[in-house]
Design a protein around this ligand. Structure first.
Ligand code: NDX
Length: 256
C-alpha cells in the first residue's frame, strides 16, 4: 500500500514551481491562446465545446484526490485537519467540474491546451491529495490555529468572489452568443480580472490553511498562470472599448 515519500513531494513540488516560472516567462508577453486571446487564423486546430472541455479538463482535480481519500487503507481518521483540507480542495473542483461547465457560455476550447490542462489537473490533483492524505501532519488542535482559521476565511472569501464573478461574466451573454462586453458589477468595478483575483485569493488561503509546500507552490502556479491572463484581458478591454472605465485596474483593486 502507499505511504509517504517526502522526497517525492519535494520533487513534484519543485517541478510544479519550475512549470510556474516557465509559464510566467511564456505568458507575460503573449497570452495563453484560448477564449478572447485565441488567434483563429493561425491555428486551424481542433476544438471541443466549452462544456465538454472544462468538464474533462477539471475532472481529474476532483477525482484523483477524492479517490485517494476514499481508498486509503487503513482509513485515516486523525487528525481532522487533513480530511477537512482535502475536502476543501475537492469542494472547489466539484464546483469547477460539475457546476461551472454546465453553465458556461464560453467559446470552444483548443484541443492542444485541453490536453495539457488535463495533464496538469491529474498532476496537481495527485500532488495535493497525496500530500494531504499520506504526508501532512497537524496537531489535533490545528482547526483552531490562526493559520487554519485565517486561511480558511481567505479560501471562502476567494471562492465567493470567483463564483460570483464567473456568474457576472456568464450573464453578459445570451445562450449561443460569443461576443465580448464590458463586465460590470461586483469586483469588476475595480478590476478586469475579478474572477482571477478571487481564484488567487482562494489558493493562497488554502496554502496558509495547509501551511504546506505543495499548496504554496500551487498558489504560486495559479498566480503565474492567470495573473498574466488578467493583464492581457485588461489590455484587450482598453484596446477594444474606448469607454472602458479609466480607474479599473488589471488584477489587484487600486494597485495593479
Ligand atoms: N484551467 C487552471 N502551461 C486552465 C486551462 C488552461 O483551471 O501549457 C489552469 C484551470 C491551462 C491551465 C489550466 C494550465 C496551464 C496550461 C493552460 C493552457 C496552456 C498552459 C496547460 C489547467 C500550459 C505549461 C506551458 C506550463 C504546460 O468565449 P470565452 O471562452 O472567452 O468566454 C469567457 C467568458 N467571458 C466573457 N463573456 C462576455 N464578455 C466578456 N468580456 C467576457 N470575458 C470572459 O467568461 C468564459 O466563458 C468565461 C471566463 O473567461 P475568462 O477568460 O475570464 O476565464 P478562463 O481563463 O476561461 O477561466 C475560467 C475559470 C476562472 O474562474 C479561473 O479563475 C479558473 O477557471 N482558472 C483558470 C485557469 C487555471 C486556474 C483557474 C488555476 O490555475 N487555478
Amino acid at each position: 500500500s502507499m505511504q509517504c515519500f517526502p522526497s517525492l513531494v519535494l520533487a513534484l513540488s519543485s517541478l510544479l514551481g519550475a512549470l510556474a516560472l516557465l509559464q510566467l516567462s511564456l505568458y507575460l508577453r503573449v497570452p495563453s491562446r484560448y477564449g478572447k486571446h485565441e488567434e483563429r487564423l493561425c491555428r486551424p486546430r481542433g476544438r471541443l465545446p466549452a462544456r465538454c472541455a472544462w468538464f474533462v479538463q477539471e475532472l481529474p482535480s476532483f477525482l484523483v484526490p477524492a479517490l485517494l481519500l476514499a481508498l486509503r487503507s487503513p482509513p485515516r481518521l486523525e487528525p481532522l485537519g487533513c480530511r477537512l483540507l482535502c475536502c476543501l480542495f475537492c469542494w472547489h473542483y466539484f464546483y469547477r467540474t460539475f457546476i461551472y461547465p454546465f453553465f458556461t457560455r464560453g467559446r470552444p476550447f483548443p484541443l492542444q491546451l485541453l490536453f495539457f490542462g488535463t495533464l496538469f489537473c491529474v498532476y496537481n490533483g495527485f500532488l495535493q491529495g497525496y500530500y494531504l492524505i499520506y504526508c501532512a501532519e497537524y496537531p489535533n488542535d490545528w482547526c483552531t490555529d490562526i493559520r487554519f482559521t485565517s486561511g480558511l476565511l481567505l479560501f471562502l472569501l476567494g471562492m465567493g468572489i470567483n463564483i460570483h464573478s464567473d456568474l457576472l461574466l456568464r450573464q453578459l451573454r445570451k445562450p449561443g452568443e460569443v461576443t465580448y462586453k464590458i463586465p460590470q458589477g461586483g469586483l469588476f468595478t475595480y478590476v478586469s480580472g475579478a474572477n482571477y483575483f478571487g481564484e488567487i485569493v482562494e489558493w493562497f488561503g488554502f496554502a496558509i490553511a495547509t501551511w504546506s509546500l505543495p499548496a504554496f507552490t500551487f498558489a504560486f502556479f495559479t498566480l503565474c498562470c492567470i495573473g498574466p491572463r488578467a493583464y492581457h484581458h485588461h489590455r484587450y478591454y482598453l484596446k477594444t472599448f474606448t469607454d472602458y472605465p479609466k480607474s479599473r485596474k488589471a488584477l489587484i483593486p487600486f494597485v495593479f
